[in-house]
Each structure stands twice: as structure tokens, then as C-alpha cells.
Ligand binder design. Sequence first.
Ligand SMILES: [Zn+2]
Length: 88
Amino acid sequence: MAQVKDPVCGMMIDSDKAAAKSSYQEQTYYFCAESCKRTFDANPGKYAQAGAAAPAAAGTGKAPSPGMGGKGPGAGKRSGMGPSKPKM
Ligand SMILES: [Zn+2]
């Protein structure tokens, strides 16, 4: 039902109609043809990495904002907030 990408030729295919599929590192990859599966099986690391690159890159896009300063040199002073700093 789901649209998946054949990692070898880059074609979008329906996982139900895939001619072949292969499991690699707990992921299932679908192929438009047996020949694509054979190409993948010959060098799974190359194609599996290419396919996984997109979701991984999307995850790293959410970097912590540099303005928070949680680890900055002044972070230790924050615990002193309260009695030592009257708000008047
Ligand atoms: Zn293919």
C-alpha cells in the first residue's frame, strides 16, 4: 500500500506490488525488479545508506538553538538566583 523507493534505481513503487524485497539492518527494501534486488544484495551498504540519508538528515536539522547558553560560563551563576538578587 505504501509508496516506497527502490534504493537501486530510485523508482517509486508500491510495496504491495514490488517484484522483490530484501531485508538489511532491520529495514525492508523493495525493488521494482529482481535485478535491482540482486544489485542491492551485492552491495547493500551502499544503497541502504543512500536511502537512509534523507530521514537522518531531517533529524539533524533540528539543532539546539545556540542562544540557550545552558552550558555557557554563566550557567553556574543561575543557581544563585533568588536571595542574592533582590528584585526591586
Ligand atoms: Zn529498480
